[in-house]
Ligand binder design. Structure first.
Ligand SMILES: [Zn+2]
Length: 440
């Protein structure tokens, strides 16, 4: 593998407290050197990527995305989804098991891993089912799934409504030290729900999904995590009440972590006015007050990570009346640009944003799959290079994802991923980024 020198960028790595102008050298796919001084001479023949004016940081890690393969290849494949990830600056993505068949046994996990190895361009880490077939009735073979290499357990898309089963799942997970990731929703309360419950849902005549439906399940899961001592990870946190519950649980020392999506941090339920099916997502877009609480939670460390919940659908899926459209936003390619709006308007520092996309999700995954989310010497070179100030137009036809379903289509974002390096390989670069061959 050819060596690559990234020259003259601003290196930011919250895992090591690094923020300085310097260079970074990749040899044999690993970070060999970084810093301000003179770069040790690489091999006679090497590539140089000029990064003046750009920020160089660890590759982003997404704890939550839907790659749809096997079973729904018209919506996304591991090939298209991993390319979308690369364009979005993600070098590690954890894919949810709500495929068809679901990821509830070794053979399917092996299939995902082999597709990722042959057709993927970034690291794909599968999440296994909590229950067999995601039916919520009996536990999946968790030990077998761990052997196969899953990083967590989840029935995402479907909450585990049966508290007894959730308790058993948590007890079983203890032996493996892996988190149980729950999609928190009391589906009895949200039945028929289309959007957040409130004045706007009433005005639009759409059935609402109350914040309480999420909070009831967050509270139950926290109680069960306390009872069992298991590691609980709350998927896509969206409400002020959930943030408060997680804050109190952490204060008590209960093993809980949480993620929030870019869309729940930047968009409100107002996006649904006009019945745009691309703004239909579960959990639903909430209110400005919820966003303020989520941002506060991120800053305090109550919310650990930002995850996309990338949920691609076909155009035909979303081209229907609001009530019939499936839930989900295609998010890998707009995540970073939309999150940068929070930095530009002073609501989040760049360093916190990067940590929530790198070392913080890495901590939740653990070191079993290599040291992730860091620019430490000797680790596989997973690197994202971005321009914090470049404005760009969201054109869904340019997406690598098959899912063009985003309420951000046609809007301008400020902050763009310019290059992505996955395990030493340049897997995405903007047209303006030049790579030159140097040597003696
Ligand atoms: Zn979910």
């Amino acid at each position: 593998m050819k060596s690559l020198l990234i020259q003259g960028g601003r290196l930011i790595d919250p895992s090591q407290g690094i923020d300085e102008i310097g260079s970074l050298l990749i040899v044999e796919g690993k970070i060999l050197w970084l810093g301000r001084g003179e770069v040790p001479p690489p091999r006679p023949d090497y590539d140089v990527l000029e990064a003046q004016g750009l920020i160089v940081c660890p590759g982003f890690i997404d704890l939550h995305c839907h790659l749809r393969q096997p079973g729904y290849e018209e919506k996304e494949t591991i090939a298209s989804g991993s390319r979308a990830a690369a364009r979005g600056g993600f070098t590690t993505i954890c894919c949810m098991p709500n495929t068809n068949p679901p990821l509830d046994n070794q053979a399917i996990i092996d299939y995902v891993k082999s597709m990722a190895a042959s057709e993927g361009v970034v690291r794909v880490l599968p999440i296994g089912c909590i229950s067999k077939g995601r039916k919520g009735k009996e536990l999946a073979e968790m030990g077998e799934l761990v052997q196969a290499g899953v990083v967590a357990f989840s029935d995402d898309g479907k909450p585990v409504m049966n508290s007894r089963l959730m308790r058993q799942a948590m007890e079983s997970s203890l032996a493996f030290g892996l988190p149980i990731t729950d999609h928190c929703e009391d589906t009895v309360l949200t039945e028929g729900g289309q959007m957040n419950e409130g004045i706007i849902s009433a005005r639009l005549g759409l059935q609402g999904m109350p914040a309480a439906a999420e909070e009831i399940t967050v509270a139950r899961d926290i109680v069960l995590a306390q009872l069992t001592g298991a590691r609980l990870h709350i998927a896509h946190t969206t409400t002020e009440g959930s943030v408060e519950l997680i804050r109190r649980a952490k204060d008590k020392g209960i093993q809980v972590t949480a993620e929030v999506t870019p869309h729940h941090l930047t968009l409100t339920e107002d996006k649904v006015i006009g019945y745009d099916t691309n703004a239909k997502v579960n959990p639903p877009l909430r209110t400005i007050q919820d966003i303020q609480a989520l941002l506060q939670g991120l800053k305090e460390g109550v919310i650990d990570a930002i995850a996309t919940d990338h949920a691609p659908h076909t155009e035909a899926d979303k081209l229907c009346e609001f009530g019939l459209a499936p839930f989900g936003i295609s998010g890998l390619e707009t995540a970073f640009g939309s999150l940068m709006s929070l930095v530009h308007n002073g609501q989040l520092t760049l360093s916190i944003l990067i940590s929530k996309l790198t070392c913080e999700p890495a901590r939740i995954i653990g070191n079993k799959y290599g040291k992730l989310g860091t620019l430490s010497i000797g680790v596989p070179a997973d690197i994202t290079i971005f321009d914090p100030n470049m404005a760009w137009l969201v054109e869904t036809k340019a997406f690598a994802s098959k899912g063009k379903n985003t309420p951000l289509a046609g809007s301008m974002l400020k902050g763009k991923v310019m290059a992505t390096i996955s395990q030493g390989k340049l897997v995405y670069r903007d047209d303006s980024i030049k790579v030159e061959v140097r040597g003696r």
